[in-house]
Design a protein around this ligand. Structure first.
Ligand SMILES: Cc1cc2nc3c(=O)[nH]c(=O)nc-3n(C[C@H](O)[C@H](O)[C@H](O)COP(=O)(O)OP(=O)(O)OC[C@H]3O[C@@H](n4cnc5c(N)ncnc54)[C@H](O)[C@@H]3O)c2cc1C
Ligand code: SF4
Length: 338
C-alpha cells in the first residue's frame, strides 16, 4: 500500500497525478464532476501568452490515461476521509457504488469555486441577460463569435466591473489574485474579435504582476479604457435594451454614468463547499478565507502525508498551480518511499 490519493482533477491534480505516475507511484484521482480540467474547462487562450487551456488539460489527461499506475474516478464524491500517516482511508461514492480506498499520502487539489454574484441585484445580474460573469465571457470567447444574450447581436460596448466578491466586507476581504490578469486578457480578446467595440474596465487597483504588466500595457495601447472607480449600480435602459453603469470616479470624486451593451462581472474565487469538513477530518487547518492552510507554504500541512496544491490553498494562476502540483507530487513520492 504505497499509493497517493489526489482529490480534484483540475490542472493542479492532473499535474500532480502525471508527475507521480512518472515517478513510479500508484495514484487514485477523484473528481466530483464528470470531466477532468476543473475551472480551465471554461477557458480557451490563457493570459501571458500561456498554452491554451484545452491543450494544458489534454496533455496531462493523456499522460495519465496511458499510465497503468493511475486510476481516475470521475463523477465521484468523497463520503469520508480519515486515518493518519502512514494509513489514510477514504470512502468514495459514484454511480457504480461505494469504494473504500487506503493510501499513504493525500494531495488536496480541490481548487476554487467562482464567486456567484446572484445576490448582486444592484448590478442587474440575473435581471438583464447581458450582465454576465467573466466565466461566461471566457466560454463565449472559445467560440467564433461574441454575441449578446438579449438579441444575438455583436456588442458595440462592453464594461468589466472588477473585484466582484473580493476585497469587500460583505463577501470576501481577500484579493482573488487572478481576476485583473484575466480581465485584461479577455478585454484584449474582445477587441481582437470586434475592433469597433468600446471596452472599459472599472477597477479599484490593477494587479498585473511580472509579465502580465506587458499585457496590461498592450491593452492600454489598444484603446481599452481603464477607469479607477467605485461602481454603484447597473440599470437596464428601457429605450434600446442596453445598460447604464453608474459609478464614482475615485480620481475626482464625480458621479458618472456610462452606457453599454454588455457588463462583465470579474468574479473572484471562493473555497469549495466542503473544504472545512475535509480539513477537520484530516487534522489540518484552514485560513480565515476558508481555503486550506499550508504550514509551511507551499504544499505542506500540519498533518504528515497530507499536501495542499494549487488554488485549494487560495487563488492562484496556472503557472503557480503547475509548480505546486509538481512540488506536492515530489513530497508525496518521498513519503511513499519512506
Ligand atoms: C474567468 C477566469 C479566467 C481565468 N483565466 C486564467 C488565465 O488565463 N491564466 C491563468 O493562469 N489562470 C486563469 N484563471 C485561474 C485558473 O482558473 C486557476 O489557476 C486554475 O483553475 C486552478 O486550478 P486548480 O486545479 O488548482 O483548481 P480548479 O480548476 O478549481 O480544479 C479543482 C477541481 O477539483 C474538483 N473538486 C473540488 N472538490 C472536490 C472534492 N471534494 N472531490 C472531488 N473533486 C473535487 C473540482 O470539481 C475541480 O474539477 C482564470 C480564472 C477564471 C475564473
Ligand atoms: S485581482 Fe484585481 S479584480 Fe481580482 S480581487 Fe484583486 S484587485 Fe480585484
Amino acid at each position: 500500500m504505497s499509493s497517493v490519493l489526489v482529490v480534484g482533477g483540475g490542472i493542479t491534480g492532473l499535474q500532480a497525478a502525471a508527475s507521480l505516475a512518472r515517478a513510479g507511484v500508484a495514484v487514485i484521482m477523484t473528481e466530483r464532476e464528470d470531466r477532468l480540467g476543473g475551472n480551465l474547462k471554461s477557458l480557451g487562450a490563457t493570459f501571458g501568452g500561456g498554452t491554451p487551456a484545452p491543450e494544458l488539460i489534454e496533455q496531462r489527461a493523456q499522460a495519465i490515461a496511458s499510465s497503468s499506475r493511475v486510476t481516475v474516478l470521475t463523477g465521484t464524491e468523497i463520503i469520508s476521509l480519515g486515518g493518519a500517516y502512514p494509513r489514510f482511508k477514504a470512502s468514495l461514492k459514484n454511480p457504480e457504488g461505494t469504494h473504500e480506498v487506503e493510501c499513504r499520502s493525500i494531495i488536496l487539489a480541490t481548487g476554487f469555486t467562482p464567486f456567484n454574484p446572484a445576490a448582486m441585484k444592484h448590478y442587474a445580474f440575473g435581471k438583464h441577460p447581458d450582465v454576465i460573469t467573466a466565466v461566461e465571457l471566457a466560454d463565449k470567447l472559445k467560440g467564433d463569435r461574441l454575441l449578446r444574450n438579449s438579441n444575438g447581436e455583436q456588442p458595440g460596448a462592453l464594461v468589466f466591473i472588477q473585484c466582484i466578491g473580493s476585497r469587500e466586507l460583505r463577501t470576501h476581504t481577500y484579493c482573488s489574485a487572478f481576476c485583473c490578469m484575466y480581465a485584461v486578457h479577455l478585454a484584449l480578446q474582445v477587441k481582437e474579435r470586434i475592433p469597433r467595440c468600446r471596452v472599459e474596465v472599472l477597477y479599484m487597483d490593477i494587479r498585473t504582476p511580472f509579465c502580465a504588466e506587458l499585457e496590461y500595457e498592450t491593452a492600454r495601447r489598444t484603446g481599452i479604457g481603464f477607469i479607477r472607480s467605485k461602481p454603484a449600480a447597473v440599470r437596464p435602459r428601457r429605450e434600446n435594451g442596453g445598460l447604464t453603469v453608474q459609478y464614482e470616479d475615485t480620481l475626482d470624486g464625480a458621479l458618472r454614468f456610462m452606457e453599454t451593451d454588455m457588463v462583465v462581472l470579474s468574479v473572484g474565487a471562493e473555497p469549495p463547499r466542503d473544504a472545512a469538513s475535509m480539513a477537520e477530518s484530516l487534522g489540518i487547518a484552514t485560513e480565515e478565507s476558508g481555503f486550506f492552510a499550508c504550514e509551511p507554504a507551499p504544499v505542506f500541512t500540519r498533518a504528515k502525508g497530507v499536501f495542499v496544491a494549487g488554488a485549494a490553498g487560495g487563488p492562484k494562476d496556472i503557472r503557480a498551480c503547475l509548480a505546486e502540483g509538481t512540488a506536492a507530487a515530489a513530497q508525496a513520492a518521498i513519503i511513499c518511499k519512506e
